[in-house]
Design a protein around this ligand. Sequence first.
Ligand code: NAD
Length: 489
Amino acid sequence: MTHYETRTPAELPEQIRHYIDGEFVDSADGATFDVISPVTNETYIQASAGSSADIDRAVAAAQRTFDAGTWSQALPRERSRVLHKIADVVETRGDRLAELESFDTGLPITQALGQARRAAENFRFFADLIVAQHDNAFKVPGRQANYVNRKPIGVAGLITPWNTPFMLESWKLAPAIATGNSVVLKPAEFTPLSAGLWAGIFEEAGLPAGVFNLVNGMGEDAGDALVKHPEVPLISFTGESSTGQLIFANSAPHLKGLSMELGGKSPAIVFADADMETAINATVFGVFSLNGERCTAGSRILVERSIYDEFVERYAAQTKRVKVGLPHEPATEVGALVHPEHFDKVMSYVEKGKEEARLVAGGGRPEGFETGNFVAPTVFADVSPDASIFQDEIFGPVVAITPFDTEEEALKLANNTKYGLAAYVWTNDLKRSHNFAQAVEAGMVWLNSNNVRDLRTPFGGVKASGLGHEGGYRSIDFYTDQQAVHINL
Ligand code: NAD
């Protein structure tokens, strides 16, 4: 059995604890759960396992702070200053954050570093947006004036997944707090390490105690209690579509405001007139970066038949050059998957794929990695649209390639899943690219480009990939009420 040299970060806390009303606390019943290293699959720390009693306590603290008004009624400029400070502190702690995140999630260290920068940018962006915010006012001369009062809603429940956890938490925390709400965050149980950093960051930046509260634990315990809590009118959730469905149902009795960022099985469509070299580089990156554990991964590649054989051959060759390694090593491009349960799921699809399609790269553990959650970047060609590896979100370094003959067929294939998060189109035909973007069922489309986005644009999916959009003013809209005031003149 291989024994890897793991690099445990210095000065880990003794235990991962909740953070409520400005203090680290244990669960009311003292319960904990094991957190494991994705490289060794050994338990490296215990985390407090929250139950409804801990959620009650966190919601009460958040509500008290909201009612006190120190934060909820502060001027946008005052809140903005604190948010900018938060961004500054996140930036100065980027190396530490990346070290913890890579250790806890198995992400390559170089890619974890980018996540810290993005987290800081999310805070800076909303710090600027709330002072630039303007709302509608209308006047009917001699009759009526009307204006909009924008108000924070109260306690927002934030539930996040284990892929790029710190960055995805920032994506919800920044707009929720910027608009004056208090929050209770329930991070994913596979990767709770980095969420605890927020406490110190927020304290240093001067956020009043009780605005940010954190309860760790299982989805079905702590997460469920947060969703069902009557004093939490908003739930922003990112995770699997099936969990989203359950949360929908559980929120229904309270008619909660919901934002749902769910799963994906996004197509990358490569036409014969595309720059093949660029398309190959981008689509290799698009599915194998972040270990393939990326909601917007281009995990189905549809290729026009006239270039299909050459594309598959070159794609497979390029995939074989992707470097699998220990997450902390700077040369690593694909690290360890987050957890043995997830590893088993991904491996089960690799095995299914061998029956459903033609394996052209990877197909199991990479050489030299007999233990830990390592999967060789895997490419299947000639994948039929009814294959499970074409339809299901695998959420690992596995890609399905399928040929098409016409633009109509490409569109039909692209839309042939229950998901609709992202789509990537590679063609030098300007008209075709825009028309295809219009027709494809995806919340976000990238034309001849990869995953980079302006933070002002909407983010979210259609069909089973989500409901509602976050990003820019849409996040502000989600976390606030817009009250209309009408005045007779
Ligand atoms: P998951 O649905 O298993 O868990 C997400 C979170 O929900 C965790 O914190 C979990 O504890 C909690 N949870 C689970 N059951 C719950 C319940 N009954 N009530 C309340 N909370 C509950 O998802 P995951 O496996 O952690 O994350 C991977 C998934 O997230 C993938 O499907 C991926 O596509 C999706 N994702 C989507 C986006 C996006 O923006 N669309 C971004 C990242 C990840």
